[in-house]
Design a protein around this ligand. Structure first.
Ligand code: ATP
Ligand code: MG
Length: 220
């Protein structure tokens, strides 16, 4: 591990919404990932750099020390914790309250989800979040066949691939545009700051003030 701090972010929503918090904490990212092809972005602070990774790779980078800290959605963190048997040993000091949405079950309007659940039917569920879905339906005593997808989940019920999907919903616009209805909410989602456990000890002098400054920015 280098002496400086490496912060893992994903492009898009999380990057955009983390920037103002970083700025308030005195960290300015000096390049725009939408126009630059660089994966390592310098900041105005000598010892602080940002690395751009896939949203679902952020916990992995932080867990194994490729980054000292990162920002990841509760969806990604919970899914990976379940996949690793309950915990990934990441320190999660802060809910940043950004990239807020919810994880929900959605179906075609003409699929009677309540009746299917009540009758104990097997339901085919397509999702990127197979661990969260498995846990959710098991807790309800609903039998499901899970189909793993990596994107465009809305298409699954429309093509007959699945009866239902488990996916993230914010405004509901994407569901409406595809004539799907939200039939159950599973959990509220927002992004969290995650910190490598070893870095927290070895780089405490650099990390602690940054975490505290971001915490202040969140509550401001
Ligand atoms: P990748 O493109 O790498 O496969 P992704 O498509 O999941 O990842 P994004 O869509 O940018 O990446 O989502 C990143 C994170 O933003 C998600 O893990 C979630 O926490 C949050 N997020 C996703 N969709 C929404 C949404 N509609 N509203 C608010 N936050 C969302
Ligand atoms: Mg994406």
């Amino acid at each position: 591990m280098s002496a400086g701090l490496t912060l893992a972010l994903s492009k898009g929503r999380i990057f955009e919404e983390t920037l103002p918090l970083l700025r308030a904490a005195g960290v300015e990212v000096l390049e725009d990932p939408e126009t630059s092809r660089k994966l390592i972005l310098p900041t105005n602070r000598d010892g602080v750099r940002v690395v751009l990774v896939r949203a679902s790779d952020v916990p992995t980078y932080v867990q194994y020390g490729g980054a000292d800290l990162g920002v990841a959605g509760r969806d990604v963190l919970h899914e990976q914790a379940l996949a690793q048997g309950g915990s990934h040993g990441l320190y999660q000091p802060l809910d940043l309250k950004i990239a807020r949405c919810r994880m929900s079950v959605a179906t075609r309007a003409d699929f009677d989800y309540a009746a299917a659940v009540q009758q104990g039917s097997r339901i085919r569920v397509a999702t990127k979040y197979t661990e969260i879905a498995r846990q959710h339906f098991a807790a309800k005593g609903v039998h499901v066949d899970l189909i793993k997808l990596y994107g465009s989940m809305e298409l699954a019920p429309l093509t007959g691939l699945a009866d239902a999907i488990v996916d993230l919903v914010s405004t509901g616009g994407t569901l409406r545009a595809n004539k799907l209805v939200e039939v159950e909410q599973i959990m509220d989602i927002s992004s969290r700051l995650v910190v490598n456990q070893a870095a927290l000890k070895l780089k405490r002098e650099a990390l602690r003030p940054l975490i505290d400054a971001i915490a202040k920015a969140v509550s401001a």
